[in-house]
Design a protein around this ligand. Sequence first.
Ligand SMILES: [Zn+2]
Length: 239
Amino acid sequence: MADKYDNLYQHGNLAIIMDGQYTGTMKLSELLNHGDTGIGTTNALGVEMIVVDGLPYGINGKGEVEILDGDAETVPYANMHYSSSNLPTFDLENLNAAQTADFLIAGNELKNTFVGVRIDGTFNNVVARAADKQETPFKKFAEVASSQNLFTKDEVTGTIIGYYSPELYNGASAAGMHLHFLSDDRTFGGHLLEYDVKVATATVQRFSELQMHFPVNSKEFLNNDIEMKMIRDSIESAE
Ligand SMILES: [Zn+2]
């Protein structure tokens, strides 16, 4: 029987974000009832969020890291799960991002399932991004991404948390890896664009269930005419 560690919870979907629907549609405190580990963004793309061991951190457009207030923040899109403490760990050394993904996903026969990924260690060539908080009327994400803020660091120790999604679900989430980073000293992070592993340990958590929660109280969500081509193109260029 499936237990809570088999369940990946998702609020909203990536298509909503690509379309520019950045208004938070779930309280962060409610989201945090669905796991102790996760990633997402907050209202108006205020921060890139990473939940580590139950604590929600946000990285804003200036690259500043803060602990988020669950009662004050809302989220338009996020994934959460409960981290199992019974997972095998993999030692990684001198791998680029593509090699890491290949080793962890294809190497474990996981390409057709949703997977939670956590990598703790020291990384080089880290490029992370965070958008500026957006103002209404919201622009489409492709336009926001073209002026996003990039933060880079070498030889940084920290934690990567995120998810692998199969190609089949591109649009509901970003096919492939969607990873966020937070440094151990809690001063650097964001949505990961590039990294190399210097030395690290990793776990992969396979999910047999995907629980999708839709913002059915959002008129914007209900009445949106989804342009699949725009969404796929945006994911391609921005992620
Ligand atoms: Zn992200």
